[in-house]
Ligand binder design. Structure first.
Ligand code: G
Ligand code: G
Ligand code: MN
Length: 395
């Protein structure tokens, strides 16, 4: 195992379970540390594990205490919970973890099945590798770092395919911003989008991203026939009344049809200066561009949003897609979102699809499209083109 392999910490008082998890994890490409005694837990946390697999019930300790310790330590680890108890205990612990600001990505009821554990570890590998994790030890990003990066063109897009569920065709790509820093390596958007908003640089970054994507569109669609390009638009950028005209000019400049461009808006984009935001959204549509409601279901007022935003597409937030495996409530949300979206004439796309089971559920309920690690992670442009070509050849 190389030093770059992400570190995985498993905590379970049963040595057999530790050994089993360690074996599967190492096969999947992790470096594993197993603890049968939770007293060493906080010490191990200092080694910044990328992933923690935690038994909720151990002699002398319970998983809830360890979750709190992780929150205190500001741990960024992805957490998988295990328990011999019933599913509702896992549910509550998961909710608690999230309330503490932790990233709970999976849960297992014992006995753990090999195939499930392996699938989860592999699907998470993309998310826990790269510079996402060491970021915390890196220097804090200052305004001048971002300003300089913009001048030096250090931002780029990775693309993730979107697939038609009914026929498997690639129908779109979401462009996701990345920052190729000369010293820090590849930096992910959670480390700079919020700061760009705070430092007043988000419009500039947004325009850079839009132009980058639009200018790469011809190359992007080369391997896979007619597709659309989705880009994320910050809430804050829905203030510039000139934005629709500038964007229309940009697609024209690169010979891209306006309808090939989808702008992903999140609900937070609407709360401030609502009238102005709606003005901009309406004119984007009038100029032929498409709108998508991102992270649907996570905001406060889904119905209001549906009524107000003249959207072509709804993206069901990945938290519902994942919870669908074990949570009846999430299944109902997914099903009803598909129903309502389609009734209102919108395409419904599910985000974060990771397993064949999730895809099957979506297919059974007539969801239009899907995006997620099950198909492909966000990848650099040449890899996207190659992926599409391979997929076409295999079809
Ligand atoms: O892969 P991922 O880590 O790329 O993206 C994390 C989040 O960052 C996503 O929720 C996405 O909406 C946001 N994001 C990615 N790229 C951009 C961008 O270009 N602009 C804005 N405003 N948000 C982005
Ligand atoms: O919608 P947003 O713009 O929030 O979504 C993009 C984010 O989702 C990016 O961070 C991307 O890396 C992430 N993502 C894409 N596919 C998957 C997946 O299958 N599982 C998980 N956990 N995240 C995913
Ligand atoms: Mn998005």
């Amino acid at each position: 195992m190389t030093d770059q392999a992400p570190r995985l910490l498993v905590v379970d008082d049963e040595p057999d379970v530790c050994e089993f998890v360690a074996e599967v994890a190492e096969m999947a490409g992790y470096r594993c540390v197993a603890l049968t005694d939770a007293r060493r837990f906080e010490t191990e946390l200092n080694n910044a594990p990328a992933m923690v697999i935690l038994d909720l019930m151990m002699p002398g300790y319970d998983g809830v205490e360890l979750l709190r310790a992780m929150a205190r330590a500001g741990s960024q680890a992805r957490i998988v919970l295990m328990s011999g108890f019933d599913a509702r205990v896992l549910n509550t612990a998961e909710e608690l973890g999230k309330a503490l600001g932790l990233s709970v990505v999976g849960r297992f009821q014992k006995p753990i099945r090999l195939a499930e554990l392996e699938a989860l570890l592999r699907s998470q590998l993309g998310a826990v590798t790269g510079d996402r994790l060491p970021r915390r030890e890196g220097p804090a990003v200052q305004r001048q770092d971002l300003a300089r990066a913009l001048v030096r063109n250090e931002f780029l897009l990775h693309y993730q395919p979107q697939v038609d569920i009914a026929n498997g065709a690639v129908i779109g790509a979401e462009g996701l911003a990345r920052w190729q820093h000369p010293d820090w390596g590849l930096v992910f958007p959670d480390a700079f989008i919020g700061l760009a908003e705070k430092f007043g640089l988000i419009d500039e970054l947004g325009w850079y991203v839009a132009e980058r994507g639009i200018s790469e569109f011809a190359e992007l669609s080369r391997g896979c026939g007619p597709i659309t390009l989705s880009v994320n638009v910050s809430a804050q950028s829905l203030r510039d009344l000139e934005m629709p005209d500038r964007l229309a000019a940009l697609v024209q400049k690169y010979g891209v049809a306006p309808a090939s461009l989808l702008l992903e808006i999140t609900e937070s984009g609407l709360v401030r200066e609502l009238a102005r935001a709606l003005d901009i959204l309406a004119r984007l549509r009038l100029k032929g561009m498409q709108l998508s409601i991102d992270d649907f279901g996570t905001g406060y007022s889904m119905m209001e949003q549906l009524r107000r935003v003249p959207a072509n597409e709804i993206k069901i937030d990945r938290s519902f897609v994942h919870a669908q495996d074990h949570d009846e409530g999430a299944r109902v949300v997914v099903q009803k979102t598909i129903e309502i979206g389609q009734r209102l004439g919108m395409r419904v796309l599910a985000e974060g699809v990771e397993t064949p089971g999730q895809l099957e559920f979506l297919r059974a309920h007539g969801c239009d499209a899907a995006q997620g690690y099950l198909f492909c992670r966000p990848v650099p442009l040449p890899e996207f083109v190659a992926w599409c070509a391979r997929r076409r050849a295999a079809a």
